[in-house]
Ligand binder design. Structure first.
Ligand SMILES: NC(=O)C1=CN([C@@H]2O[C@H](COP(=O)(O)OP(=O)(O)OC[C@H]3O[C@@H](n4cnc5c(N)ncnc54)[C@H](OP(=O)(O)O)[C@@H]3O)[C@@H](O)[C@H]2O)C=CC1
Ligand SMILES: CCCCCCCCCCCCCCCC(=O)[C@@H](N)CO
Length: 329
């Protein structure tokens, strides 16, 4: 008992020391320029509203001009006095020069980018066999290259200012590969790898990177995913982690990014997944390092129970499908 307490104490002190050295100070966005890709809908729009409430000048980027204008009007209602919201139509997965021009235009209106949130993205959920080869390419373009383009365009002014925040929207499907998400998960896992490398490069410039791993979140994007032929298996497995509100997910993302945390997650399953898949990501919280030390092994075992329940769902759905098939005589 005494040994456990002593070891814990020593670990805690080490973690505290480490995180003192590694974790940045909490920053405020009052008066700063926050750029949100995909800010016309869902999690991105909630983030834009909350950034406006905290006193930021907000730019939102997306393709559809009508949706952008509607969101702009809504965000205007939350701005603090003297602050502005700007919107710009742009296909972020397209030509980089075009993305750069759009970000430069936003900067000329609202100042250098302090925070960039890459929320633009979309998903397709179908089994590997049913997905088209072009779906895989499309997922990388919509979720990965769109974030690369926006980040490449915004990062020079952050480096010049020697401060900033960058957020990438991955997904729980960017931590665990699930039935129906082979195309989507590829792109969301890719974001994490890139973000880890980027964080190591940005640390000397006082720029913090955050990767968010939300569960299913009630947004227009989620509903169109449901309507686009999402397999029953995927629906049932994803329900494990529940359905969250866009405002709650956005609140966590914003506060984690301002604190400078690398991993951002919501809910109990979110916490378990983030702990278990912490890998070699930047340590930005002493408490997290301590829980990772004590729980990694145990969580792996708990995870096996989840996996076998997912495998049972897949098997059950296959049986149901086979039963529905017309019998060939
Ligand atoms: N909702 C969920 O269950 C979860 C979502 N996520 C991720 O969070 C992010 C936000 O999701 P959610 O709020 O549901 O998404 P929505 O579909 O509600 O909104 C997506 C936004 O991105 C914009 N967008 C999409 N593609 C492009 C593009 N090529 N160029 C510019 N803008 C684009 C859309 O506008 P327009 O179409 O006009 O361009 C819209 O503003 C996504 O990256 C998603 O993968 C992660 C986990 C769960
Ligand atoms: C110890 C181990 C714990 C394991 C917990 C496992 C929970 C798995 C649930 C996965 C949910 C995936 C949601 C994807 C949401 C998404 O990105 C799309 N909806 C986008 O539209």
């Amino acid at each position: 008992m005494l040994l456990i307490v002593t070891v814990s104490l020593i670990l805690f002190i080490i973690a505290l020391f480490l995180s003192k050295r590694l974790s940045p100070k909490y920053v405020k966005i009052d008066g700063k320029h926050v750029v949100i890709t995909g800010g016309s809908s869902g999690i991105g729009k909630s983030l834009a509203i909350q950034a406006a409430q905290l006193g930021a000048n907000v730019s939102i980027l997306a393709r559809d001009k009508v949706k952008l204008e509607t969101a702009k009007t809504e965000i205007q209602g939350y701005l603090q006095s003297g602050r502005k919201v700007h919107c710009e139509s742009c296909d972020l997965s397209g030509d980089f020069e075009n993305v750069r021009t759009v970000i430069q235009e936003a900067e000329s209106r609202l100042g250098p980018v302090f925070m960039l949130v890459n929320s633009a993205g979309s998903s397709v959920s179908r089994s590997f066999v049913d997905l088209k080869a072009s779906d895989f390419k499309n997922m990388m373009e919509m979720n990965y290259y769109s974030a690369i383009n926006a980040t490449k365009a915004a990062i020079p002014s952050m480096v010049e200012q020697q401060c900033g925040r960058i957020v990438f929207l991955s997904s729980q499907a960017g931590q665990i590969g699930l039935f129906g998400f082979s195309a989507y998960s590829g792109a969301k896992f890719a974001l994490r790898g890139m973000a880890e490398a980027l964080q190591m490069e940005m640390t000397p410039h006082n720029i913090r990177v955050t990767v968010s791993f939300p569960p299913d979140t009630d947004t227009p994007g989620f509903h169109s995913e449901l309507k686009s032929g999402k397999p029953k298996e995927t629906i049932m497995i994803s329900e494990t982690a529940g359905l969250f509100k866009a405002e709650d997910v956005a609140k966590t993302i914003l506060s984690d990014s301002l604190k400078g945390k690398f991993l951002s997650y919501v809910g109990l399953d979110g916490w378990m997944l983030a702990t278990m898949t912490s890998g070699m990501s930047a340590a930005t919280s002493a408490l997290e390092v301590v829980t990772q030390f004590f729980l990694l092994g145990l969580l792996r075992v708990i995870g096996l129970f989840y996996l076998s329940s997912f495998d049972r769902i897949v098997l059950q759905c296959k049986k149901e499908r086979d039963a529905e098939k017309p019998k060939s005589s």
